[in-house]
Design a protein around this ligand. Structure first.
Ligand code: AMP
Length: 112
């Protein structure tokens, strides 16, 4: 079980900004931008490499929810970035897929 399952189960605190039956979004504890929210599925999937066709609706749902959160956070018009870090080279540290929603400042490209 990862720390994100504990957040889903409300066993440890998080600043939740969105929740429905399929997913949960909360503020990153070490924000890398003025707005840094993590959107996670309630289903525990370790990495994006582990998704299956059965997850198609869930992943599509997350991509519909993310812009709603961006709008709620006031960053939709100016812009934001969505990131799934996957495994070592991308710096994934929690083995439960999470979509970073980053915005509130001009974001550099390419990533470091
Ligand atoms: P990643 O490096 O892509 O695996 O992202 C994991 C993210 O989870 C990092 O940005 C961490 O700051 C964040 N994080 C870890 N633990 C917590 C927590 N308890 N509450 C909120 N965010 C967390």
């Amino acid at each position: 079980m990862t720390i994100f399952t504990k957040i889903i189960n409300k066993e440890i605190p998080a600043t939740i900004v969105y929740e429905d039956e399929h997913c949960l979004a909360f503020r990153d504890i070490h924000p890398q931008a003025p707005v840094h929210v993590l959107l996670i599925p309630k289903k525990a999937i370790p990495t994006l490499n582990d998704v299956s066709p059965a997850d198609q609706l869930l992943l599509g749902h997350m991509l519909l929810v993310a812009p709603r959160i961006a709008s709620q956070e006031g960053i939709a018009a100016d812009g934001y970035r969505l990131v799934f870090n996957t495994n070592r080279d991308a710096g994934q540290t929690v083995a439960h897929i999470h979509l970073h929603i980053l915005g509130g400042r001009a974001l550099g490209w390419p990533p470091g």
